[in-house]
Design a protein around this ligand. Sequence first.
Ligand code: ACO
Length: 401
Amino acid sequence: GYDIGKLLATTGDTTYDNGFANTAVCKSAITYIDGDAGVLQYRGYPIEQLAEKSTFLETSYLVLYGELPTQTELDEFTQKISRHMVIDERLRELFRIFPRRSHPMPVLSAAITALSTFSTDTIGFDAERVDAATHRLMAKLPTLAAYSFKNSLGSPTLWPDYSLSYIENFLRMSFGTVTEQYEFDDEVTRALDVLLILHADHEQNCSTSTVRLVGSSQANLYASVSAGVHALSGPLHGGANQAVLEMLASIRDDGISVADYMGRVKDKKDTTKLMGFGHRIYKNYDPRAAIIKKHADSILGKREGSDQLLDIALELEEAALNDDYFVERKLYPNVDFYTGLIYQAMGFPVDMFTVLFALGRLPGWIAQWREMVNDPTNKIGRPRQIYVGETERAYVPMDRR
Ligand code: ACO
């Protein structure tokens, strides 16, 4: 019932921009996206080249520091991270207080907040402290993520193993047991490495904007990242990979044909969507989806039952790419269309999918926070509003309401 035009006219220079769809809130030199052309670059390097040639730690260094590291720089960075993988025994105890089967996302966020109480580098914004916090978070997030997972299973946790790579160490802490040696599969390790590279940054998405907004009040890096984890947890953001998997499983289990499902999506009689399709920025194939699809074949072949879901996904994609409804609206597969299938084939339950997204997005969150605190022109984030409430009225005593 409100006349937005009239309200705007009375709100001075304030611009109404629902969902910040047209507002640039910062200048950033980290990630470049051309949504029409399907281009994604970190610090100028195309995502395709990084996914093929780089590792997650090397890409993290690039995202954080702006340049690809030399071998010496990468070795030093890796060492600094390995050194901090263990968490304080009292922090480890924290996981015991959560109910068994707790969702690992809130547990992860709580653990990051708790971590800040163990770190002296939470105070101050000088380069040395910020670097120390960067290394600690990069090192400890896989440990906290694996412990959140173990807690959700009710299983005992393992200590990190420094002799392993970043990804191997996380896989072992997630799937290893106290009594049995964890057998690595190089294809799985590399696929997870690539998936994390693909998630490393995506400019001003909801969780990254949250990290920046919280940090803009000069809240420390741990507090800002912990808030980012919460923002990521929502189904419209990091939770979409789970929705895709549920859609594929329901098509399989209910025996619906792909044509019937597509018909239901298009007639719009209910809210059924082709999950994992469409994107606010990409009006072309999401370049990350194209890379993931290549890995899906090799990983999914390894697990019973997953092939069937992949076949349905491929059939849906084929149908959508040849359908006027999707072509006219420029709806293409996004990053989430295939990730859930791969995570499931790796052995992760649906609850862990968004935690894996958080592991991948961490260097982006930290890099964006660092970029912001190092910008002397940065201001506290404080959006305006269009007030649509009551006009002034007199207080009504209780006996007259
Ligand atoms: N299935 C069917 N129709 C769709 C889909 C879809 N997945 N996505 C968009 N459309 C239709 C809309 O109904 C709308 O149709 P209309 O013109 O007839 O009204 C048109 O395409 C434009 O879509 P909008 O919703 O206006 O686009 P917006 O940019 O606001 O939304 C979003 C983007 C949220 C990603 C949307 O495409 C969607 O809901 N996709 C499914 C969920 C999903 O996969 N999310 C993950 C995104 S990637 C990430 O966050 C990591």
